[in-house]
Design a binder for this molecule. Structure first.
Ligand code: ZN
Length: 313
């Protein structure tokens, strides 16, 4: 008998990981409307933007404006992605209380993506934690490319655990393990997650999964089985990494919400509302995203959908 968590926390990353891979710029007011819709659907954590150089990611050039337009909502955490101390300072100045900072577990990816060797990135990370805490921010630490790198292939789990230990010693408040390339499989997910959960000693451990190789939900299920209860997702299954070619698609919020619901695991998110957000984005960008349930739930001719709407699945 497997002990699944009773509740799961989902952090919606579509506003950042999703939108950043789209060329068509989304106006600030539309982003704020999306954030409100996501919160209305019951999402309790939203990564609203990233503080990167506007030239590198033009979609995030309005980071400060988006943060200043946020409607404070009880029990909802708004977070921003930061890559350096300048980003931390910008986030704090814009009024955020929570930031996500991470480095790559792959030296080659770090050199190409962050223009820093892994050794240099580690030093930079320590500085970010120091400055972030001085500014009173909660810091989600963590690693990218935990389960594989397109340049280096497999990443040695010992390296991953060493880097996580170092970050825990620095005093991060939460941990996130990102499968940035979608190369994880259920076996590696269970191996590494179990070890990190033990190291983290009760601190939330998030998994950030991409569906690049079609294993996204399988990996989420494997993670649930070893006690992971925190996931990043993106509406519609949008997303990617502008620096990793082909790293498309986070696991879709509505697909994970639907699967959890069928398994009797609570996440507090209204699947019909979040699906409507995804459909509105497909209309906006005039394209189809890789998630499934937002389209399934729009149909009237499928028995499972009727059952779901009537509350028995
Ligand atoms: Zn990602």
């Amino acid at each position: 008998m497997i002990n699944y968590p009773k509740e799961v926390v989902i952090e919606e990353q579509g506003l950042r990981d999703g939108l950043q891979s789209e060329k068509a710029l989304v106006p600030k007011d539309k982003k704020l409307a999306l954030i409100n819709a996501v919160v209305d659907a019951g999402v309790k954590r939203v990564q609203v933007t990233s503080f990167v150089h506007p030239k590198l990611v033009p979609q995030m050039a309005d980071a400060e404006d988006v943060c200043r337009g946020l409607k404070p909502t009880n029990g909802v955490i708004f977070s921003g992605l930061v890559l350096n101390t300048k980003g931390i300072e910008r986030a704090a100045k814009a009024g955020l209380k929570h930031v996500a900072a991470s480095i790559s577990a792959s030296d080659t990816h770090s050199r190409k993506n962050a223009n820093a060797s892994l050794a240099k990135a580690r030093k930079g990370f320590a500085e970010m934690v120091k400055v972030g805490h001085q500014l009173g921010l909660t810091i989600r630490g963590g690693l990218q490319c935990v389960f594989g790198c397109r340049f280096e292939g497999r990443i040695d789990p010992a390296v991953v655990l060493d880097l996580i230990k170092e970050q825990l010693d620095l005093g991060i408040d939460e941990v996130a393990l990102a499968d940035s390339t979608g190369m994880a499989n259920p076996h590696t997910i269970q191996q590494i997650s179990a070890e990190v959960i033990e190291l983290a000693g009760g601190m939330p451990v998030f998994l950030h999964l991409h569906d690049t190789e079609g294993k996204g939900l399988a990996n989420a299920l494997a993670a649930l089985q070893v006690g992971i209860a925190h996931f990043d997702t993106a509406f519609g299954g949008m997303g990617g990494c502008p620096f990793i070619k082909g790293a498309s698609g986070n696991i879709s919020t509505e697909d994970l919400v639907f699967m959890l619901g069928q398994m009797g695991i609570e996440c507090g998110i209204d699947i019909n509302k979040i699906s409507a957000v995804s459909r509105s984005l497909e209309d906006f960008f005039a394209k189809q995203f890789s998630g499934k349930m937002h389209r399934v739930l729009a149909r009237d001719d499928i028995q499972i959908v009727r059952n779901y709407r009537e509350g028995h699945n």
